[in-house]
Design a protein around this ligand. Structure first.
Ligand code: ZN
Length: 281
């Protein structure tokens, strides 16, 4: 091959490669985002996406606390997996998970971390306020921990009214109450059949049935009846005699799918209603 011909061929090859990467960049801009995780996006792509193409953000919030024989981080891992699963369907970005919450009654257990209400409330208020500043229109809190709910409701209301933004606070285990009863044919519990199954669906290696015995579970006290600190059991059944973990992989998959579909539908329906009412459009 002569020199001239080689350089022409090389030039053409470079041009074809350049055109290829230009096309790839264009497809990326016009098509799906390179990621839906705020942790992974660069600021330039974030700017292209929000709010022009994506105006909803999913915010997983949880707690680090004991959960029977499943991970201490269950309340973080569950809403995080949920966010990843429903982000595309709801056309949302995913904010980094806040892995700590309010768990005073379980703080005594190995590995548990509890943040005070005085620190947690203002922190989450700032976090949601910042998401509003970033021009998200719909802020969807995926809460994984019941101990956070009361303060989250207050904080969300303040941010929505002050920043004129829409905020939805969700507690998946309550939203999925009827799904728990239909999949397991009985009620659930904290670290019970429902929560154990949800985690087992995507993290089977971190479920420990070999450490489980039924005496680890106990029914929740009737409201106002008594309080034990630390709690005497980390598997707390919503109803006496129901909600013991089943460790059944098929139930786990079925439950995970049904819960996430329910959550995605709730998010979409809530946004549709906000849109049609014209509030903060
Ligand atoms: Zn939990």
């Amino acid at each position: 091959m002569n020199k001239m011909r080689t350089s022409i061929m090389m030039f053409s090859a470079i041009m074809i490669m350049a055109a290829g990467s230009l096309m790839a960049a264009e497809t990326r801009t016009a098509g799906a985002p390179s990621t839906r995780e705020m942790n992974l996006l660069c600021w330039q792509e974030f700017q292209e996406l929000v709010p022009a193409r994506i105006d909803t953000v999913l915010v997983p919030l949880g707690s680090l606390e004991p959960h029977g024989v499943i991970p201490n981080g269950t309340d973080n891992l569950a809403p995080e997996a949920m966010a990843r699963d429903i982000a595309e369907k709801t056309n949302a970005l995913i904010a980094p998970t806040l892995n700590y919450g309010l768990t005073a009654a379980m703080k005594g257990f190995p590995g548990a971390i509890s943040i005070s209400e005085a620190a947690y409330g203002p922190f989450v208020e700032d976090l949601l306020g910042n998401l509003a500043d970033q021009k998200f229109k719909n802020i969807i809190v995926l809460n994984g921990h019941g101990g956070n709910t009361a303060i989250l409701n207050q904080v969300a209301t303040r941010v929505a009214n002050r920043s004129r933004v829409r905020v939805l606070v969700t507690n998946w285990w309550t939203i999925a109450d009827d799904l728990t009863k239909s999949v397991f044919k009985e009620n659930g519990g904290h670290a019970g059949n429902n929560e154990t199954a949800y985690i087992q669906a995507f993290l089977p290696a971190h479920i420990h049935p070999e450490r489980y015995n039924k005496d680890m579970a106990q029914p929740a006290a009737a409201p106002g009846a008594y309080i034990a600190v630390p709690v005497t059991s980390t598997i707390i059944l919503y109803e006496k005699g129901q909600g013991y973990p089943t460790f059944d992989p098929n139930q786990a998959k079925e439950y995970f799918r049904k819960v996430n579909d329910r959550m995605a539908d709730l998010v979409l329906e809530t946004i549709r209603k906000w849109d049609s009412s014209g509030v903060y459009n």
